[in-house]
Design a binder for this molecule. Structure first.
Ligand code: NAD
Length: 457
């Protein structure tokens, strides 16, 4: 048997070694899921709901243990781990409230002896391959509605958030989800690849565009339902009519929260030339005041980079920006301490010839570019292969809406950023993915519509 080593990114110390799956054990788990799914689908919705309600209660009761594990394996500052878990509770509440109305049998026509109805059947066996940066959010967006709607779930947490994945499996089991209905598969990308070869009905993936592309290429000929939630290079534009300090503080948080490792982190900022210098001063002052430190210590705001290889990506973006004439306002290098630490970094005098403004950074680094008007801002915002979110800061809602309506993004923000709501669909364009989660659409996506044509004899 092989083991997966779990390392604390803040200290470099080994946290645990857990037994990993292999091609054979993945196949056994997939067969067990197939066998368990019909009985779960036949279980009344009220009982499936009761399981998820008990899961919610267990998450709440054990929140501190779960937050500590998350902070130690991912390096997320402890308050941000608690925030994620509290956010999960709110998402569960949304799914519990909306699953019945979203999936109830609906009569859409009834006349002259002819009735037409839409039903919602579970997809069957659903694979969920997940990212590490918000494991409770990106996992919960899939396994909670998938279980509520009668699917069996094969869940592969990222190799960087495996202990969290094992907590989720334990809590669902303790909540009464039957054996085989929710199964955790442990390992790296090889184990994820083994899942693709199983007899499954749908695959929901969250991760990088590179891995998403590989999965799409493999799954294409299988004609299995596929959803991909991928990366972003999310822009925000600051108009010349804003409260400069408030906009700078909001955007600094959007760029640096979770140490910049959010799919919807602000990754590029465009600022109207009239307020550019004042905005940059306020932004840099806010970033300099952010407390870098041990994720376990209350008040730490910037933690380590979760994956060590990402440090090289950040260093390369810094070198490329400097070589092409960008001005470094703060940060720019690894911190001289054990673990994967990188200084919060701000560049100005940037342009789209620099990697920093084109490729996902996924770290605490941001470029601020001066623009002369709204048209230039919009053109630059849309100059990307991604399309996850885009934002505009302005006092004028009409002005912002005119820009946001043309932004190539699944979510658009007026005077806010880095925000996800369970009530709204979460989706991306282009290299940010296909399909969606959250909202009532994100419940129905785990079902197959059945069209009933019923003629009275
Ligand atoms: P990743 O692509 O490296 O890994 C994601 C998952 O895929 C992991 O569980 C990994 O083990 C697995 N995997 C790797 N190779 C595989 C293969 N060949 N076949 C099957 N599975 C394989 O991404 P990551 O580092 O975990 O996550 C970071 C990325 O995720 C960023 O790009 C971020 O923007 C994106 N993300 C997107 C969203 C969203 O909602 N759009 C949310 C969170 C993260």
């Amino acid at each position: 048997m092989s083991f997966l080593k779990i390392t604390n990114p803040a200290t470099g110390l080994l946290l645990a070694e857990v037994p990993a799956d292999n091609v054979d054990s993945v196949a056994v788990k997939a067969r067990a899921a197939r066998a368990a799914q019909p009985a779960w689908a036949a279980t009344p919705l009220s009982e499936r709901r009761a399981c998820i309600e008990r899961f919610r209660a267990l998450v709440m009761a054990q929140l501190e243990i779960l937050a500590t594990t998350l902070s130690s394996e991912v390096g997320k500052p402890i308050t941000q781990s608690r925030n994620e878990l509290n956010g999960l509770l709110m998402r569960i509440d949304f799914f519990l409230e909306h699953v019945e109305p979203s999936t109830a049998l609906q009569t859409v026509f009834d006349d002259g002896g002819m009735t037409e109805r839409i039903g919602h059947d579970p997809l069957g066996v659903v694979v969920n391959i997940s990212a590490w940066n918000y494991p409770y959010f990106v996992g919960g967006n899939v396994f909670v509605p998938a279980l509520l709607t009668g699917n069996a779930v094969l869940y592969k947490p990222s190799e960087y958030s495996t202990l969290t994945g094992l907590h989720i499996a334990r809590l669902l089991r303790d909540a009464g989800v039957p054996e085989g209905v929710f199964t955790t598969v442990v390992g790296t990308g090889h184990v994820g690849a083994a899942l693709l070869a199983q007899d499954i009905d749908a695959l929901f993936f969250t991760g990088s565009a590179v891995t998403g592309g590989k999965i799409a290429a493999t799954m294409g000929p299988r004609l299995v339902k596929l959803q991909l939630e991928l990366g972003g290079k999310d822009p925000s534009y600051v108009c010349d009519d804003v409260d400069v300090k408030a906009a700078a503080e909001s955007l600094a948080d959007g760029a640096m929260y979770n140490t910049g490792q959010s799919c919807c982190s602000v990754e590029r900022i465009y600022v109207h030339e009239r307020i550019h210098d004042a905005f940059v001063d306020a932004f840099v002052n806010t970033v300099k005041a952010m407390r870098i430190g041990d994720p376990m210590v209350e008040g730490s705001y910037i933690g380590p980079i979760t994956r060590e290889p990402q440090l090289e990506v950040l260093a390369a973006q810094v070198a490329d920006a400097l070589a092409k004439g960008a001005t470094l306002r703060t940060g720019g290098k690894r911190l001289a301490r054990i673990g994967n630490w990188f200084e919060p970094t701000v560049f100005t005098d940037v342009h789209h010839g620099m990697d920093l403004m084109i490729d996902e950074s996924f770290g605490p680094i941001i470029g601020i570019q001066k623009v002369s008007d709204d048209a230039e801002a919009l053109r630059l915002m849309n100059d990307t292969r991604y399309g996850l979110t885009a934002g505009v800061y302005s006092r004028d809602q009409k002005r912002a809406a005119a820009i946001l309506a043309k932004a190539n993004a699944g979510s658009v923000y007026w005077n806010c950023c880095d925000r996800v709501s369970p009530r709204l669909p979460w989706s991306g364009h282009g290299d940010s993915g296909i399909g969606l989660t959250l909202s009532t659409y994100g419940i129905q996506t785990f079902t197959r519509p059945r069209a009933w044509h019923l003629r009275q004899p």
